[in-house]
Design a protein around this ligand. Structure first.
Ligand SMILES: *Cc1c(COP(=O)(O)O)cnc(C)c1O
Length: 454
């Protein structure tokens, strides 16, 4: 097989996979998962031809995947892949560019810089912000908080990159009680400690209670959240960002999916004031619907981000252009900016706004359909997240398991303020109104079967 035939075969298999996705169970069938054992043999001594490698991957791998790329996957917060982004991913894989260095990859460096400019524009963030293209919001939180750590300690006369944290002036980190675990992980990786934080109590929707935020100063990092992973709720950003700026505290926004609300005019009020923060963590693999993995660490002060991330070595040529590796923890990495660029170009400003708005309206439709059937919606559905209870905790847990087994759609379970809930996250361009109706019908069918059986 020539490389051309091989790639055509891969494309055909990929297309067939996507074409048949809506006809199969969203969760993979048990026997398909069991058949993953075909992969489980020792490293062969002899080579296998590429066509056979691909065939095995497709025949044994594809059926065992979860249909997250389809229109009826509502677990966690997992977007699909826009056609343009997926196709760009395939071409960029053929390029195999190390995206960290301009001299090794001028094309991806240029495209990434444009993607960043468009992102800032779409989200109404200051055009002068700097950013790194990282694996996801966890690393975006890490990267932004490293910039914050640099800035605050530099002000105090301490070079944290050189000196480390032993003996450094203290930094106070303030988070909401509903802080995402990945922000705490980022703090732990940075030596700031996941428990060495002030946790501000939150309200019924998981929003930080602004009146309970302690006094802030120029040695404080205030971590706010745009988009609670359960409810979709937003911390009171406008009120707090003004206070924090007056105190010269650093405001970091974990906006993994919620920050995308800024791109949809009808939802933008949710993130009012967000442009006054100092740093923002964003996921592109969630609501921009690019393939995994893709996050963006955005920072108002370019110098703080570069000071925290850049490395110098004689063989790393220093040009005048933006060196991608100076903004990320990684040196070598894949060219994530290419897919971000492709997604934004294919959607345009209106397409992006429509994607966000459409998913939010679908979430509202889920809530209405389930509420009309007598089930309780536990959150204010302001974005794309819905929490539903099907009665007592046991009933809800059974419905979640039943929905997953039924296979029409997939939703995960959670516990919200002590109550079991099913969590619906609508985050994909591929979800149609029919998908929503089919899924509501499946949920109601499963719920009444479980009710009848008790
Ligand atoms: C998903 C999410 C994260 C973590 O993102 P990854 O891309 O999985 O690293 C962080 N914060 C929030 C609010 C999220 O929703």
């Amino acid at each position: 097989m020539t490389i051309s035939q091989l790639l055509a075969d891969a494309a055909a298999r990929g297309a067939r996979y996507l074409d048949t996705l809506s006809n199969r169970s969203v969760a993979p069938a048990g026997p398909a998962v069991d058949a993953l054992s075909t992969f489980d043999h020792s490293l062969p001594d002899r080579s296998t031809n590429p066509a056979a490698v691909l065939r095995q991957l497709d025949e044994a791998g594809s059926p065992a995947t979860v249909a997250t790329a389809g229109g009826r996957y509502f677990g966690f917060v997992i977007g699909g892949s826009l056609p343009a982004a997926l196709a760009a991913n395939v071409l960029a894989a053929a390029w195999d560019q190390p995206a960290g260095l301009v001299i090794a990859s001028p094309a991806t460096a240029a495209i990434e810089a444009i993607a960043l400019r468009w992102l800032l524009d779409a989200l109404s963030l200051p055009a002068s912000c700097a950013a790194g293209f990282v694996t996801g919001a966890t690393m975006a939180n890490f990267t932004c908080l490293a910039a914050a750590r640099h800035a605050l300690l530099q002000r105090a006369g301490w070079d944290v990159e050189a000196q480390g944290l032993f003996g450094a002036p203290e930094i106070t980190v303030v988070v909401g009680d509903e802080v995402h675990v990945s922000a705490l992980k980022a703090l732990s990786l940075l030596g700031l400690g996941r428990d060495r934080v002030i946790r501000v109590p939150t309200d019924a929707q998981g929003r930080m209670r602004a009146e309970l935020v302690p006094p802030l100063n120029d040695r404080t990092i205030l971590c706010l959240q745009a988009g609670n992973v359960n409810t979709g709720a937003f911390d009171p950003i406008a009120a707090l960002v003004t206070r924090a700026r007056a105190a010269r505290a650093w405001v970091h926004i974990d906006g993994a999916f919620g920050l995308w609300a800024a791109a949809a005019p009808a939802r933008a009020a949710l993130v009012a004031g967000v442009e006054y923060a100092d740093s923002w963590a964003l996921d592109a693999h969630k609501w921009l619907n690019v393939p995994y993995d893709s996050g963006v660490a955005i920072c108002r002060d370019e110098q703080s981000l570069r000071s925290a991330m850049a490395v110098r070595a004689a063989y790393l040529v220093q040009g005048v252009e933006r060196e991608p590796s100076e903004y990320t923890p990684e040196l070598s990495r894949r060219a994530r900016g290419v897919e971000v660029w492709a997604a934004l170009l294919s959607l345009g400003r209106s397409g992006l706004a429509d994607l966000i708005e459409r998913n939010c309206r679908m979430a509202a439709r889920f809530a209405a359909g389930l509420r009309d059937a007598g089930y309780e919606i536990l959150n204010d559905v302001v974005l794309n997240q819905v929490l539903v209870s099907f009665g007592d905790d046991e009933a809800t847990r059974r419905v979640v398991a039943g929905v997953q087994k039924d296979g029409t759609c997939w939703c995960g379970g959670t516990v919200w303020h002590g109550r079991a809930a099913m969590r619906i996250s609508v985050s994909s361009w591929a979800t149609t109104d029919d998908d929503v109706e089919l899924s509501i019908a499946a949920m109601l069918r499963v719920a009444s079967q479980i009710k009848a059986a008790r």
